[in-house]
Design a protein around this ligand. Structure first.
Ligand code: HEM
Length: 430
């Protein structure tokens, strides 16, 4: 009896000590956050509510970016802060000078609770997008050939063929009917088809099958579920999320998509064993992954290869789909700009059916147009890092332990970056 009382007391004392220690750590951190917000000249994205922090100021990502854009235009800051509820500040940089300081540092990607990268990890694993430190450095070095511009050259035929299907079989009928169409899912099929064919030698009429193809369906749902998780405070807690309907669906789809990637890898390995190594200029991205070796002759593990395949499959189609969709939107919205692009293209392609590699350098007007579309509507509107030590941006110090966003959208709309022309006007000659 006496013995069990001792055990009970000891457990209680340990628990209370742990709780007090956590509360003390929270109070110290909270004081630092308050000082960083109120004790220096930093821009807040509006009045901070004692309970909701900044959350009462916007209701979704679009209204958040709109609000941030207005503040940046008015106050022209380089760094800003918004609070999630009353206890957690989220800092951000919105000027290239500050972004440069952050990108040049070794601050890790944002994978603590609430960080944008945390929720992609189940799906795309620890590939280049999410990893950092030694792992990122080693794998980035091994994959350097995959980032050479010239690697794109042999695939111009694929781009032409994908675009033919997209324009003739998928869009033409809508052009005739005159009805509005949601362009993004159609473009996303075309870009997924492209990356699968170019990087992984996988060809399965993706555009015709659409979401009937289980991998396309999985990618669509995983994109939706990942974003939905980022935006729901309850879903941030792994223990709760795994029991929710969305959590279970995400797990099932991740398992399927990993199986799909493993299948592609296995098949390519088998072909390489059968046919021997391809010549250097015939290496596609998957071959680079399978054959890369570091200075000790050690290659990537099976898990690393799968993570890079999933990363490239996701990064390589979702971003380009967003960029192309917004460019098409801008063509419709700005008819005068469309006219200039149309003139350039029709003069260049008078008697030609296909675009060549050389042609890509011969369309300065279209290039400027796409760049301006990407400035107006950044396909990746922001990225994020976790500060493991305080960071100084001019006279502003951001404390350790917080996430800091690089707001690409806000940088693209900062009046000090584009002093000569209104940042809200589409102007491809800027
Ligand atoms: C319009 C098209 C694209 C945009 C706007 C875009 C944007 C970005 C951005 C902003 C990052 C930095 C993320 C960070 O530092 O946190 C990034 C990283 C990355 N992107 Fe893209 N991307 C595009 C196309 C692609 C394509 C086509 C691929 C692959 C085929 C790709 C693969 C990657 C990879 C692997 C990383 C991680 C790189 C590293 O950390 O070493 N991206 N992208």
């Amino acid at each position: 009896m006496v013995f069990s009382t001792y055990i009970f007391r000891s457990v209680l004392v340990i628990l209370i000590t742990y709780l007090l220690w956590r509360i003390r750590a929270f109070v110290i951190r909270y004081r630092q956050y308050r000082t960083a917000t109120y004790g220096q000249n930093i821009t807040t994205i509006g009045p901070i509510h004692p309970i909701w922090g900044s959350l009462h100021l916007f209701h979704d990502l679009a209204s958040y970016f709109e609000l941030l854009g207005k503040i940046v235009e008015k106050e022209r800051p380089k760094v800003y802060v918004a609070w999630s509820m009353f206890f957690y500040p989220s800092f951000g940089v919105c000027h290239p000078d500050a972004a440069q300081i952050l990108y040049k540092s070794s601050a890790p990607k944002a994978h603590a609770v609430g960080g944008a990268y945390r929720y992609l990890r189940d799906w795309i694993g620890d590939g280049l997008l999410i990893s950092d430190g030694n792992k990122w450095e080693r794998n980035r070095r091994l994959l350097t050939p995959g980032f050479h511009f010239e690697i794109l050259k042999p695939y111009v035929k694929v781009y032409n063929s994908v675009t033919d299907v997209f324009l003739v079989r998928k869009l033409k009928m809508h052009a005739k009917s005159g009805e509005a169409v949601d362009i993004f899912p159609r473009v996303a099929l075309a870009t997924l088809d492209t990356i699968l064919r170019c990087a992984f030698s996988y060809q399965e009429n993706i555009q015709d099958q659409g979401s009937k193809h289980p991998y396309v369906n999985a990618v669509n749902r995983l994109s939706y579920l990942t974003l939905s998780r980022c935006l729901n405070p309850l879903y941030q807690i792994d223990f709760i999320y795994q029991f929710t309907k969305e959590g279970k669906e995400l797990k099932q789809l991740c398992d399927y998509s990993h199986e799909f990637s493993n299948g592609i890898i296995k098949e390519r390995k088998h072909t390489l064993e059968k046919d021997g190594q391809p010549t250097k200029h015939k290496l596609d991205f998957l071959d680079i992954l399978l054959t890369a070796k570091d200075e000790n002759g050690v290659g990537l593990s099976d898990e690393d290869i799968r993570a890079e395949v999933d990363t490239f499959m996701f990064e390589g189609h979702d971003t380009t789909a967003a960029a192309i969709s917004w460019s098409i939107y801008c063509l419709g919205k700005y008819p005068e700009e469309q006219e200039k692009v149309y003139k350039e293209i029709s003069e260049l392609f008078v008697d030609k059916q296909e675009v060549t590699w050389e042609n890509l350098q011969e369309m300065p007007r279209l290039t400027a147009f796409v760049k301006e579309s990407m400035r107006m509507f950044a396909p990746v509107p922001g990225t994020s890092r976790l500060l493991t030590s305080p960071m100084k941006f001019g006279d502003i110090i951001v404390p350790a332990g917080v996430h800091i966003d690089i707001s690409i959208h806000a940088i693209h709309h900062h009046p000090d970056v584009w002093p000569e022309h209104d940042v809200n006007i589409f102007y491809s000659d800027r």
